[in-house]
Write a protein that binds this ligand. Structure first.
Ligand SMILES: [Mg+2]
Length: 262
């Protein structure tokens, strides 16, 4: 019998990718107004530059283990004091942002590091202005609250994940526990963070079910920990070798699954 539901945050309950896209759109539009350039090509160039710069930093393996992507680096402050690697990130991100935007501009023939700096500061402001929640998130949580223990299991920097939760304050009150990988010390798919979640809930592995959008973190980790899983595949992504227990397209498809498991 299922007693608790473990939810992923980004792109499961919060539509992070849309927020990032919206922040790029607004920031690149400002660049278009100044320099008459194609905002979509600039976005592509900055995304590419960001990925490349990010993967060369000394703290890159840490970001992979905790689960912090290059675009989170473009707006997060990483004020977390609990780990040396977060301190390195905090020091490095201002330069990272400026370099990513300046390199992107250069790719389009604009050599203006001062403007790169301006855009680097603009992007975090735009990201904070654009939180998106999926239309079925609150309806689903409303129906589950009181029926099940709810635990939010999210990869990332505690400072940044808490910023996301502060911008969308309606979300946190649904959860009995919030577990953030950067505070725990290891991220999904490491089974230890799932075991930590079970111990907070005081339940066995067969009494929990994990719901998440990422096969390589949410579902792989649940599999490793021996927890049933629901892959929420809203955007028709391809399957790979990681097999979820269930696959759904909308959160309301959770209810027949939970009914069956009763
Ligand atoms: Mg996710």
């Amino acid at each position: 019998m299922i007693k608790a539901i473990l939810f992923d945050l980004d792109d499961t309950l919060l539509w992070d990718q849309k927020s990032v896209k919206e922040a790029f759109r607004a920031t690149c539009k400002a660049a278009d107004e100044r320099y008459r350039l194609d905002p979509e090509i600039l976005e592509k160039a900055v995304r590419e530059a960001a990925r490349k710069l990010y993967s060369n930093y000394e703290f890159y393996p840490f970001t992979q283990m905790i689960g912090i992507n290059p675009f989170e680096g473009l707006w997060g402050n990483f004020l977390d004091e609990n780990h040396e690697e977060f301190k390195k990130m905090k020091e490095k991100v201002p330069e990272y942002r400026k370099d990513a935007w300046t390199t992107g501009l250069k790719k389009l023939g604009v050599d203006d590091p001062d403007f790169g700096q301006e855009l680097a500061e603009r992007f975090p402001a735009e990201r904070k202005k654009a939180p998106f929640v999926y239309e079925d998130t609150f309806k689903t949580l409303d129906a589950l609250k009181g029926q099940y223990q709810l635990l939010l299991l999210t990869n990332g920097s505690p400072d940044l994940q808490n910023t996301k939760l502060t911008i969308t304050p309606e979300l946190s009150p649904y959860f009995d526990h919030i577990v953030i990988s950067g505070a725990f010390g290891r991220g999904k798919p490491d089974p230890s963070i799932f075991e930590h979640a079970l111990s907070l809930l005081s339940i066995d592995r067969d009494e929990a079910i994990m719901v998440g959008d990422n096969l390589m973190t949410d579902i792989l980790g649940a599999n490793r920990a021996g927890i049933q899983s629901v892959w929420i595949n809203r955007h028709e992504k391809e399957r790979n070798e990681v097999i979820p227990t269930y696959e759904i397209k909308h959160l309301n498809e959770l209810f027949p699954i939970l009914e069956k498991l009763k």
